[in-house]
Design a protein around this ligand. Structure first.
Ligand SMILES: [Zn+2]
Length: 386
């Protein structure tokens, strides 16, 4: 019988969802976490390989649910290489994300490529479909958006079938209900019952979101980015998807926290965390493949991407930078940053039985870092890979 290898990680500050275990120990067996505790509480198993964490924080591997690519690699078209790139920065699970502005042929080619990479790209956990049934007014590439008008069943059935059981998230604009949106959502859920609907690239009123009934979104695609609000009467503050998602307890809100807080200003980052609570904010990179030059007035920006018109188009971030940035712009500490970068995203897409926190029985996906999220080592499925 094959004996699965055991490892014991010692001298670690173990970041749990309940707090930080100083002088902590983690035992792994095969690709799973076997035991967690303080030194002295956990008996080292015979023959276990010892790993000295040298006092580093050891937290759950990052889960980036919304990432188009990075380092000139697409998470769809170059999934294997893109996953390896992000793994070096601590991301042990990601969802490949095609760009919403693609036309049908390009979109389905991206979906098929990512689906085919499932099982080969070792951190790929599925697809985040940011569109295409959103509101063409919103987003960096709005001028290229081509999915206007009544939804075409022959197109959405082809897309849903291509994604199959790899589909984890579909982003929709609820204001398109009269164009056949619910027929699409019904079909998407019939093919993948656990799929999550997200509201994004939208100016829906809270009433339009509620009108989706059982298809109401439980996730918001990049809160406070590419969202609109339509005024009801002059002189009053309009409300839209942001305001609905702020107070609706079932909704997780994605947040892009870049180094200069350009996507979401510090006051809004604090407001979002305060309003939703630290358990319902999901850090994402929204990192994109493209690498256009910065516009002159933003020449000092290092972690954002720009489209060919100089508009902000996602980021060049990796998750450890998102964690550092949110600690810079808000009062969050390390454990809270891990909560938003690992635990909450895993819960938002329903994979929290497997990943997202350090608990007995879950996958041994771990990030070793210092107190400002410099990544020192990464464990994936019980193996040190970085
Ligand atoms: Zn995106």
């Amino acid at each position: 019988m094959h004996i699965m290898s055991k490892k014991i990680i010692e001298n670690a500050k173990v970041v749990l969802e309940t707090g930080i275990l100083f002088d902590g120990v983690i035992v792994t067996e095969g690709d799973r976490i076997l035991a967690v505790g303080k030194r002295g509480e956990v008996t080292p198993p015979d023959g276990a390989e010892r790993i000295d964490a040298h006092g580093a924080y050891v937290g759950p591997g990052f889960v980036d649910i919304h990432v188009h690519g990075g380092n000139n690699l697409s998470t769809c078209l170059d999934a294997v290489e893109a996953c390896e790139f992000f793994l070096r920065h601590g991301t042990t699970s990601l969802l490949a994300t095609p760009a919403y502005s693609m036309g049908f042929d390009e979109f389905i080619a991206n979906v098929r490529a990512a689906k085919a990479a499932m099982g080969k790209a070792r951190t790929l956990r599925g697809l985040y479909l940011e569109g295409p049934y959103t509101n063409g007014k919103y987003g960096a590439h709005a001028h290229r958006y081509a999915w206007y008008g009544q939804l075409k069943p022959e197109q959405y059935t082809a897309l849903v079938d291509a994604a199959g059981d790899a589909a984890r998230v579909w982003t929709i604009a609820p204001e398109r209900k009269s164009e056949g949106l619910c027929d699409f959502m019904e079909y998407a859920r019939s093919v993948q019952p656990s799929v999550v609907f997200a509201v994004g690239h939208s100016e829906a009123t809270p009433g339009e979101i509620r009108a989706l009934g059982k298809y109401r979104p439980t996730l918001q695609t990049h809160s406070m980015d590419a969202t609109g609000r339509l005024p009801v009467s002059e002189g009053t503050r309009a409300v839209g998807p942001d305001e609905y998602c702020f107070h609706e307890p079932s909704v997780y809100c994605e947040m892009i926290s870049d180094s200069l807080a350009i996507h979401v200003q510090p006051e809004m980052q604090k407001l979002l965390i305060h309003t939703k609570g630290v358990h319902h904010v999901v850090l994402i990179t929204d990192s994109t493949v493209r690498d256009n030059p910065n516009p002159p007035e933003l020449s000092h920006v290092t972690d954002l991407n720009f489209d060919d018109r100089g508009g902000i188009s996602g980021s060049k971030m990796t998750m450890e930078l998102a964690c550092r940035n949110v600690m810079t712009h808000t009062t969050c500490g390390i454990a809270e940053a891990f909560m938003m970068a690992s635990g909450n995203p895993a819960r938002a897409i329903g994979l929290d039985d497997e990943i997202g926190s350090i608990e007995v029985g879950k996958r041994a996906d771990l990030v070793f870092c210092d107190d400002i999220f410099n990544v020192k080592q990464v464990m994936l499925g019980g193996e040190i890979v970085v």
